[in-house]
Design a protein around this ligand. Structure first.
Ligand code: DLZ
Ligand code: SF4
Length: 506
């Protein structure tokens, strides 16, 4: 009696639950590059190279470890193009009597997986994904009966449950969160280490040619490609971060500098999200650096919070709220996505720089995503479907479980406050404080209205005015309504006029 065990492109961990109890002599491991996944949205070329190259390397590693791997390449003859089709084909070929899978990271794929049993008349076991540190059941229990599901409360619980950065039952250093130390603007003389670059072997080169051939019309630059595609390389990226960047990570976490896309960030989300790294080992690496006096607490706590707190919380919210979450549009935003999100062709330098880097690297850091690209989409009232699709396409670390709550909840407030207590809306001052983008901009950040004024400035107040019935009773932004109401009618009129003119031209 042999089992067919499927491993998806973001499940590349030898500890994945679908491999538990595998009989290496009998069982078949199925991995498949399928058209349906590669085009569910038109993913960035670098993202497809990353996933296919990492899949092929992982398959080879499994084979070296003695597993029987059935690997389907995208252009193999008879590739059916879908997970379901490939499971059915492999079942016929090997006469396996059951299918074992680990739950996927996307609702759409889970729904299709739940059909496999009836489609193939073969039992299908779908196991939990134990790589996350909070199971879906535990998250539901934590969320049950709470009026508000704030990340901070969840994070405290996770710190206690996993005994991370704890001094008995108290947080090390006396505070749970050191974010107030983590908002330093960039200074002139920052020395930012070059990111760790991995060389491309023959497998990656073959994948690059394949992606160029089949997905040449997708967004983004395919070269240069320096991502890690094996666990060994991903561990090197992690070690390089701990050694060279973690010390400054906290201080300059929110800073943006023209021409410095990588800053002091870790760039490990790609590998965490496809399974080459595991959350617990990244947390341990940072916590050890603190214990050995190699990194300050504000940096280490901030880094650990992203993984143990934010990442787990986001995943919990996704599964708790889907599928309804995908339909949310609390602010009734309907505007189409401006074309410049694809071309970078805009006079707003902050957007231009962030889009240019996104196109080149399939990466931008969290403040570029939230406070520049996302903030603009929020203020301009862009349709959440379009914004979600864009974020899912352009970032190599974007999978729906992590992308959707971040974009619909955090960026767009489309969930009406399930995730964030207020919309993350800001005018040009914030961007000017945290970056040097405004120095090279066609617009003037100090001007509030008129042709040369920074569009973020009037769009911010227009957003406030436009959404009064939805937002004015939110105590965290009530003050903004008092400020707006104190403006002269003439000023309010100019803001509305400038905004309308700007939005009409988009
Ligand atoms: C994102 C992606 C892409 C582009 N291609 C594949 C693929 O061909 N084969 C595969 O197993 N996985 C791929 N993935 C990742 C899946 O989309 C991902 O596993 C599901 O969306 C669940 O998160
Ligand atoms: Fe962006 Fe406004 Fe600064 Fe230009 S002036 S870079 S549009 S924030």
């Amino acid at each position: 009696m042999s089992s067919l065990r499927i491993i998806l492109g973001d499940q590349l961990s030898t500890s994945i639950s679908s491999l538990q109890g595998c009989d290496k002599t009998e069982d078949i491991i199925l991995m498949c590059e399928v058209w349906e996944e590669a085009t569910a949205v038109k993913h960035h070329k670098k993202k497809i190279v990353l996933i296919f190259a990492a899949m092929r390397h992982f398959a080879r590693q499994l084979q070296d470890d003695g597993y029987r791997v059935h690997y389907i390449q995208l252009d193999n003859a008879d590739n059916s193009g879908s997970f379901g089709g490939e499971v059915a084909r492999a079942l016929k070929h090997y006469q396996c009597t059951q299918v074992i899978a680990t739950e996927p990271g996307e609702y759409r794929v889970l729904q299709s997986m739940q059909q496999w049993q009836s489609d193939t008349a073969t039992p299908v076991e779908i196991r939990s994904d134990h790589r996350f540190m909070c199971s879906r059941q535990n998250f539901s229990q934590w969320a049950h009966g709470r009026k508000q599901m704030r990340m901070e409360h969840f994070y405290h619980q996770m710190r206690k449950d996993h005994n991370i950065l704890m001094d008995g039952d108290k947080p090390i250093g006396g505070q749970w969160n050191y974010d107030s130390d983590n908002r330093k603007p960039p200074t002139q003389n920052l020395v930012i280490p070059a990111p760790f670059k991995c060389a491309n072997d023959e497998i990656t080169q073959q994948v690059t040619a394949l992606v160029e051939k089949h997905f040449g019309d997708h967004f983004g630059d395919i070269a240069p490609f320096h991502f890690a595609v094996t666990r060994e390389q991903a561990l090197q990226v992690l070690a390089h971060f701990i050694d060279q960047r973690l010390g400054n990570f906290g201080d300059y976490q929110d800073a943006m500098v023209e021409g410095e896309p990588w800053m002091y960030h870790a760039h490990i989300s790609f590998y965490l999200n496809i399974g080459l790294l595991l959350p617990a080992e990244c947390i341990k690496a940072a916590s050890d650096a603190y214990q050995q006096n190699n990194a300050p607490l504000n940096a280490v706590e901030g880094f650990i919070r992203q993984i143990l707190g934010w990442r787990e919380y986001i995943r919990g919210i996704y599964w708790l709220k889907m599928p309804d979450y995908a339909e949310q549009n609390f602010l009734q935003a309907r505007r189409p996505l401006p074309d410049f999100y694809w071309t970078g062709d805009t006079d707003m330098n902050c957007l231009h720089q962030c889009i240019k880097e996104t196109k080149h690297n399939a990466y931008a850091h969290h403040i570029q995503r939230l406070m520049v690209l996302g903030n603009f989409a929020l203020l301009a009232g862009i349709d959440p479907d379009k914004v979600n699709e864009w974020f899912l396409i352009v970032y190599a670390d974007a999978f729906e479980w992590v992308e959707k709550p971040n974009v619909s909840g955090m960026v767009l407030f489309a969930d009406g406050g399930v995730l964030a207590s207020k919309p993350y809306a800001a005018g040009g001052n914030y961007i000017n404080k945290m970056s040097n983008y405004c120095q090279n901009c066609h617009y003037s950040v100090s001007k509030k209205t008129g042709d040369k004024a920074c569009p973020f400035n009037y769009l911010y107040w227009d957003f406030i005015a436009r959404n009064r019935d939805k937002l004015s009773n939110n105590y965290r932004i009530a003050m903004m309504y008092r400020t707006y109401d104190r403006m002269s009618e003439e000023k309010q009129h100019i803001i509305a006029h400038d905004s309308q003119r700007f939005l009409d031209r988009l």
